[in-house]
Design a protein around this ligand. Structure first.
Ligand SMILES: *Cc1c(COP(=O)(O)O)cnc(C)c1O
Length: 420
């Protein structure tokens, strides 16, 4: 039976432990002891429900399918731009970011485990943007779970803040009068307080969690199924979770014509993929800020998967573009195709334009709705971007949040105060 092992160790744990611990106590990231196999081609019908029992073999197949159905209850449309380029829209979930897929799977699993154990599980998450909203929304209203989303008061956009502050119920929003680094530091300190951690069943929901990683294979499989020939995937990358999921699908048996990882000015991994070596760097702020990562954690999983960088370079190319090129890509695609891309998708598009990826169809993964980044997008296309109803309606809902100084004691008090 599949268990989960750290990229740095040999002891294995159950799915429940891997999900609730998030990161291995030995250091390192959890990976399945057996890569989920993909019996290509998929049957007709829901790809998510078809693959879920292989993704999580320790669950009852019916439970896995039920979770997949609930988590992937939105479409992944494929938009054709020209003869050989396609955009795969991953942003039709409730918070309009591809992170909804992984977050909704994880919320289902945590809720299942909470019901099994009888104790409440508290998801404590520090966020600088999209993660908090996706996680809060995914857990909202799920029995046995409580979410505490900690974010810098002045460091998130209004849309992002409202995605955390307007849900209420089991979702609490904590705005810190400080930076994201303050939030991260306070949250880490809570996790290392073992009595606090045990009292509340604290768990993190960050992107290294296997419960978020593995389900992201679903949309690769769905896209690949729609073509007669293998396709080349271009992935806008930050922490490399998205890319890693594609590589897991590939390892499991999904046919493909290669991958290209696209980066902004935080391009250490692009250098590595082009034959250089990798160095950890401080992150640089860019217009595609969800990809501003100087030290991507999933690189460790990718190394584990491939054993050598030379082997990795056979499957995966990499390149990067500047903010200016990102804006130009948004403007060009809007002018030529009347299609509006968000800045993260635009990075991938610009990289795809530059690279020659052979004759295969090119599928560019679109990770966010352009309305999530109106300032940047409107700057590029010189007209207003249309807002989805869900974003508009959240503007009229009441916000509820606690505002605290960057003080660990205050965060602990809020946790101990229990749900409102
Ligand atoms: C998180 C995110 C990314 C980067 O994905 P990784 O899995 O961290 O590489 C890209 N685009 C958007 C919009 C995101 O929110």
């Amino acid at each position: 039976m599949t268990r989960y092992v750290s990229t740095r160790g040999s002891d294995t744990v159950s799915l429940r432990e891997a999900v609730l611990q998030g990161m291995s106590p030995q250091g390192g990231l959890y990976v399945p002891t057996q890569i989920p196999t993909v019996d290509w081609p998929p049957s007709d019908g829901s790809v998510a429900e078809w693959i879920a029992p292989s993704l999580f073999p320790s669950l009852e197949p019916d439970v896995a399918r039920r979770i997949a159905k609930d988590a992937c209850d939105f479409p992944f449309p494929l938009v054709q731009l020209d003869d050989s380029s396609f955009i795969l829209e991953l942003f039709h979930g409730p918070t309009h970011a591809f992170k909804d897929v992984g977050a909704r799977f994880m919320a289902n699993l945590v809720s299942l485990f909470a019901t099994g154990s009888g104790g409440e599980i508290t998801v404590l998450v520090a966020t600088s943007g999209d993660t908090g909203g996706a996680v809060a929304n995914a857990f909202s209203g799920r029995s046995g779970t409580r979410v505490v989303a900690v974010f810098p008061l002045m460091g998130v956009s209004e849309t992002q803040r409202r995605q955390m502050t307007t849900l209420g119920g089991n979702v609490e929003a904590v705005a810190v009068e400080g930076t994201f680094d303050d939030c991260q530091r306070m949250v880490k300190a809570c996790f290392s307080d073992s009595s606090l951690s045990a009292r509340h069943g604290l768990t993190s929901a960050n992107s290294i969690n296997v419960a978020r990683l593995l389900p992201q294979t679903v949309y690769y499989l769905e896209a690949a199924r729609r073509f007669r020939e293998p396709v080349h995937f271009v992935v806008p990358s930050g922490n490399l979770g998205n890319l890693c999921a594609g590589l897991i699908a590939s390892e499991g048996g999904m046919p493909h014509a290669g991958f290209t990882a696209a980066f902004n000015r935080n391009h250490g991994v692009a250098d590595l993929l082009q034959g250089g070596s990798f160095e950890t760097r401080d992150s640089i702020r860019t217009l595609s800020n969800a990809m501003d990562v100087g030290d991507p954690s999933n690189l460790e999983r990718i190394q584990w998967l491939y054993k050598s960088y030379d082997a990795l370079r056979v499957d995966v190319g990499g390149d990067w573009v500047s903010d200016e090129e990102t804006l130009r890509a948004i403007a060009n695609v809007h002018r030529r195709h009347r299609y509006v891309m968000d800045p993260h998708t635009a990075v991938a598009y610009a990289v795809a334009q530059r690279k020659h990826v052979g004759g295969a169809p090119v599928v560019i993964l679109s990770t966010a709705h352009p309305a999530k980044f109106p300032e940047v997008v409107e700057d590029a296309i010189c007209e207003p971007v249309s807002m989805p109803d869900t974003i508009l309606s959240a503007r009229h809902r009441n916000e509820l949040m606690s505002v605290i100084p960057p003080d660990l004691g205050r965060l602990k008090e809020l946790l101990d105060g229990g749900p409102r």
